[in-house]
Design a protein around this ligand. Structure first.
Ligand code: GYE
Length: 394
């Protein structure tokens, strides 16, 4: 009976968290609605993100008949599951490199709290792939019930995921993808390739509107080998190649402000007067690039020399859009933890969660920079950045 009450409480918490997470990410749910409708790729998948909730609810009565125990062998095998009945979750987080990451960590810590019935072992892997593998092995040793991994890079995973499998511990991948192993239950995250294509297609429409004939772009990439870097680079490059734009250079800024500044300083020296577009693969790199361009006397943002494109669209990034510094910002929603909890609930109740759950994103600019564009033939729309939109963002 105790378990039943806990389960009901957890379900309620999940539903609340899902609403808060998704609604919160789209501040102006009203304003955001057209963008989501107009972005069928992510939006079409979006309902799946909420599927685990009903599954968990339906499963609640079954728990009394005790199949839940069968469904969670890891829990039984894990003496670590404490007397209070908390579910032990290990989370191997990428690090603390960006505003996006801070929002992702906070979301996970809020969702997997003791009050919600979890005992969270959180490891900040400081962008070190070897440390991340070690963290996962540590969770296996601890005998946690579930392991959540946000993979720093997309390869090198099969051995350790096999070890998780052998130990009977389900793995859920959050945010970045794993490309060389399928030994995990679900992945929950954003479509990075679509984000990159959206930035490219927006730029095409925007330069046409501005009467700009030539595009000479510099790209500051994210962490090399991360799926976020790969998807955003490939997506943007696909449009650049199709349009015959020149990409002068691509170097990694490692998703940090410092990295963005360093790369931009060197670009300003090597390509002085030769570039009119800078693409930063996250907001923090854009902040660093802004400092470097300020120091080099390069002007950027609407109406200035350089069109500055960024990804993430966290609060700090949207503030720079509002200030006329970042010309357009392509969101990556960091609030996936409530959906991951849904996956865990489905597993707890013996269900089969969706293998792939997309978190929908929106695209942001000021009014005059909002233009019509399509991605893979699907019409997109953008959200105008206002103080209310910034206020409601993470
Ligand atoms: O864009 C960046 C962070 O993996 C999508 O990682 C994430 C990226 C995000 O450091 O800011």
């Amino acid at each position: 009976m105790k378990r039943k009450i806990l389960s009901v409480l957890l379900t309620a918490a999940f539903v609340a968290a899902t609403i808060a997470g998704c609604g919160g990410s789209q501040p102006a749910a009203d304003t955001a609605a057209p963008a989501q409708e107009a972005a069928p790729a992510p939006a079409a998948e979006a309902p799946k993100a909420e599927e685990p909730a009903p599954a968990a609810e339906e499963a609640a009565p079954a728990e009394e008949a005790a199949p839940a125990e069968e469904a969670a062998p890891a829990e039984e095998a894990a003496p670590a599951a404490d007397a209070g009945g908390l579910i032990n979750v290990g989370f191997a987080q990428v690090g603390h490199e960006s505003d996006w990451r801070t929002a992702s960590t906070k979301s996970a810590q809020d969702v997997f709290s003791e009050a919600n019935g979890y005992n969270l072992s959180f490891v900040d892997c400081d962008n070190d792939s070897a440390a991340q593998l070690e963290a996962v092995r540590g969770f296996i040793e601890q005998g946690v019930d579930y392991i959540i991994i946000d993979p720093i890079v997309s390869t090198g995973w099969d051995t350790v995921l096999t070890e998780c499998d052998d130990a009977g511990i389900p793995v859920i991948v959050i945010d970045r993808t794993i490309d060389d192993s399928d030994k995990y239950v679900s992945w929950v995250g954003s479509d990075f390739l679509t984000e990159g294509k959206a930035a490219g297609e927006w730029l095409k429409s925007y330069v046409e509107k501005q009467g700009i004939k030539e595009v000479n772009a510099l790209i500051i990439q994210g962490t090399t080998g991360s799926s976020a870097q790969i998807g955003r680079t490939d997506g943007f490059k696909e449009i650049a190649d199709r349009e015959g734009w020149t990409i002068l250079d691509m170097q990694t800024g490692d998703f940090t402000e410092e990295g963005g500044q360093q790369v931009m300083e060197s670009y300003c020296k090597s390509y002085a007067g030769k570039f009119n577009v800078v693409v930063c693969e996250n907001d923090n790199e854009a902040f660093g690039a802004m400092t470097a361009m300020d120091n080099a006397g390069v002007t950027y943002g609407p109406g200035n020399d350089v069109i500055l494109i960024s990804y993430d669209a966290c609060t700090a990034g949207l503030k720079e859009v509002k200030a006329g510094k970042i010309t357009a910002d392509f969101e990556c929603n960091p609030l996936a933890a409530p959906t991951v909890e849904g996956v865990i609930k489905t597993l707890q109740s013996g269900g089969t969660p969706e293998a792939k759950i997309l978190v929908p994103d929106n695209w942001y600019a000021l009014k005059d920079q909002i233009v019509d564009f399509s991605v893979d033939g699907k019409a997109m729309s953008m959200i105008e950045v206002t103080d209310e939109v910034i206020e409601a963002q993470y």
